[in-house]
Design a protein around this ligand. Sequence first.
Ligand code: S3P
Length: 181
Amino acid sequence: MANCDICTVVIVLIGYMGCGKSTVGKQLAKAMGIPFVDLDAHMEKVEKMSIASIFDTKGEIYFRKKEATLLLELLDAKDPMILALGGGTPCYGNVMQELLSNANVITIYLQCSVELLTQRLWEEKETRPLIAHIATQEALNEFIRKHLFERSPFYMMASIKLHTNSRSQKELVEQILFALL
Ligand code: S3P
């Protein structure tokens, strides 16, 4: 990646659970030669427990405050990186405003259809505390539809918005690199 302005920034990937923030983020980081950080994985390391256990033992409010604090710490370090947020991170407190007002941050929303999110999340819902209890695929679809409706206004504030459904991982990385130039 030749563009030096881009080399100094933190590229923040946002979007609903299952939209591909981590998989695309890793590929993008590789293509740009900068580190990839997953905020959930970072929190698990700091807290020395899984996200599900944090929700279970400390509760969601603790989790929301902690994810915002850890995010601001990472941004304060001003190290270039690709940073994948949790699905809810930009939707609480003033996180989205913080991201948008930070001159070193570029926000990218990976937009994905409710149908595709339902398919993906149904396979792996056990590890995700917000949806682990949902019993049927229809109920999961309904949950995601409503939840995404509530969260979309936050996601849509991102500087770059990309539809991911019909694109391969490779195409998405290329699209992002193109959008960053
Ligand atoms: C959450 C999404 C998860 C994780 C936590 C809460 C959310 O991250 O932060 O389970 O509120 O949407 P992923 O989007 O990486 O699955």
